[in-house]
Design a protein around this ligand. Sequence first.
Ligand SMILES: [Zn+2]
Length: 263
Amino acid sequence: MERIYLSRREGGLGLTKINQAYKEAIVSIGQYLEISEDENIKKVAQYHNEALSQQTSITKQAKNFAGELLEETMGTEQTPAAMIAKKTSYKFSSREEKLRMERWKHHGRAGRFQGELGKGYIDKEESHIWLKNGNLGFDGKKMIVGAQAQGLLTNGFKKMTGISGNDQCGFCYTAVEIVGHVVSACHTLLADGQYTARHNMIYKYTYWKICKECNIEVKDKIWEHEPDPVTSNRCITIFYDKIILTGGDIGGAIKPDNVICNE
Ligand SMILES: [Zn+2]
């Protein structure tokens, strides 16, 4: 839920929380009343401080919401009270956004996506660009955000919450239906490897083209040429769908499609 009210650059949906908007307005007005040098405004502030209750006094509510963020220095001509009030409201809104972010991070299920985003090899900004661009409709966004937050109503989720006793995938019936399985591991949804076969045909073509460019002998027809895991001539070595041993853990992806070593 916290994510809905975060800004889009932070991966949220950018909705305005009505409760938060109300508090920001109160903080801004309360701050203005407290530091304005105008004699009439001072009287209003005094009335709110002395005659009104906690629930109806703007100044008391502002202290309650923003606390130590409120400035005590009176406004001057150079820094008018209205400007200070705006700044205080902004500080208050930033603090609340940080708190929302923390709550999202520490959420047992939805927070896992934040954990993934924090990994060194993930470009956080690029990961949120689809949200910033806003090309998807509400239903599309809802589906993706739901999947990232592990919040889709899968059979695994239904069993966990006691709605149903069956947690098996409704497409392949061979595994527990969780978001990760549906998105990237279900053989039925992945057309029994047909997508991989199509993908392999494309990089078979790039392999064949590279060989031709480097004067390595290949058959005339791409479909007749079966690539070797390692192909080389005097100056170049081409690895095709081969596991590359790395010095350290690079988080998977050690079997690239084509690798060219140009010596
Ligand atoms: Zn499945």
